[in-house]
Design a protein around this ligand. Structure first.
Ligand SMILES: [Zn+2]
Length: 306
């Protein structure tokens, strides 16, 4: 029961009108924090692994994620986040992933449809669900990858057209969120009308990337302990709740875990400079991540749904 496809988990969320978190993991401590939080709150989850995480530790991070997912007492999908090619998607399928994302949102629509269709045809033959994306999220941070001017919100027309042609199981849309710790100035504006409009035209579960809250109390602790986080702003809790009410099913969270773990490690090293045991140094990282994940699960209302 524990290892499920992304679609199985998200269809249940769609029917139950709650959100499910997809939490990015890069290492053992993060994976354990995510699984522990899911079991504590009885939440279904997606354990999300990026190409960057695979580059960092290759198949080892997958082996840990697969073992944890199989042993978990809640539904878990092992998910490829932002798969950039057919090849990496196939590699993940061969290594047990139950959910993959093919992201050709930076290409023109015809290329996006063609490349997504190719992955969908292969993945559906072996029962693995596929997330695709159309639209373009803002990406600010230390260096601007996609400026606010070059970001484009997904339209209902293109979402409907894309899903009919590409056949993906779930769809990531751009509605005002952003990747990384800098999601805009002030409170980032989420286009809730657009979410509702797309949900009315696309029957598949919708996905929200770049949805970290960037809790300001945790940001303050990082800065207090010597870190640098300039203009860190996240998505307001009310916007997450509203987005789920309008049909958003999968909510991606990565940066919140980075900020929480950094706060824990920075404070420990500042307060206990004599510690040289890496387990003791990483313990607060794991605890801080578990704390923010549980908070997020309660916000998404996935708690108690497993
Ligand atoms: Zn993303």
């Amino acid at each position: 029961m524990a290892l499920q496809t992304g679609l199985e988990i998200l269809q249940a969320a769609q029917a139950g009108k709650y959100g499910v978190g997809a939490f990015n993991t890069d290492n053992l401590e993060t994976t354990l924090a995510i699984i522990e939080a899911a079991e504590e709150t009885r939440s279904p989850i997606l354990l999300a692994i990026t190409a960057g995480a695979l580059k960092y530790s290759s198949k080892r991070i997958v082996d840990i994620a697969m073992a944890e997912a199989k042993n978990a007492t809640v539904p878990v999908a092992v998910h490829l986040d932002h798969g950039e090619s057919f090849e990496i998607c196939m590699w993940c399928i061969r290594n047990g992933f139950t959910s993959i994302m093919i992201d050709k949102s930076h290409e023109d629509e015809a290329t996006n449809i063609r490349e997504t269709r190719r992955v969908v045809d292969a993945a559906s033959a072996v029962g693995v669900s596929v997330e695709a994306e159309i639209g373009r999220l803002v990406e600010l941070g230390a260096e601007v990858i996609i400026s606010e001017e070059n970001a484009t919100l997904t339209t209902a027309d293109e979402a409907e057209r894309f899903m009919a042609a590409a056949g993906a199981d779930t769809l990531a849309i751009a509605v005002g969120t952003a990747h990384g710790p800098n999601k805009g100035r002030g409170r980032p504006e989420i286009n809730h009308e657009r979410i509702a409009e797309i949900a009315a035209r696309v029957s598949q579960p919708l996905v929200m990337h770049g949805a970290s809250s960037i809790p300001q109390d945790v940001v303050a602790r990082v800065i207090e302990a010597g870190g640098v986080l300039k203009d860190a702003v996240g998505i307001h809790d009310d916007d997450i709740t509203q987005a789920i009410a309008n049909g958003m099913c999968k909510v991606n969270v990565g940066t919140d875990l980075r900020i929480a773990s950094t706060a824990g490690v920075r404070e420990l090293l500042r307060d206990k400079p004599e510690i040289i045991d890496l387990r003791k140094i990483l313990e607060p990282a794991r605890n801080e991540m578990r704390r923010v994940i549980i908070k997020k699960m309660n916000l998404l209302q996935s708690s108690g749904k497993a």
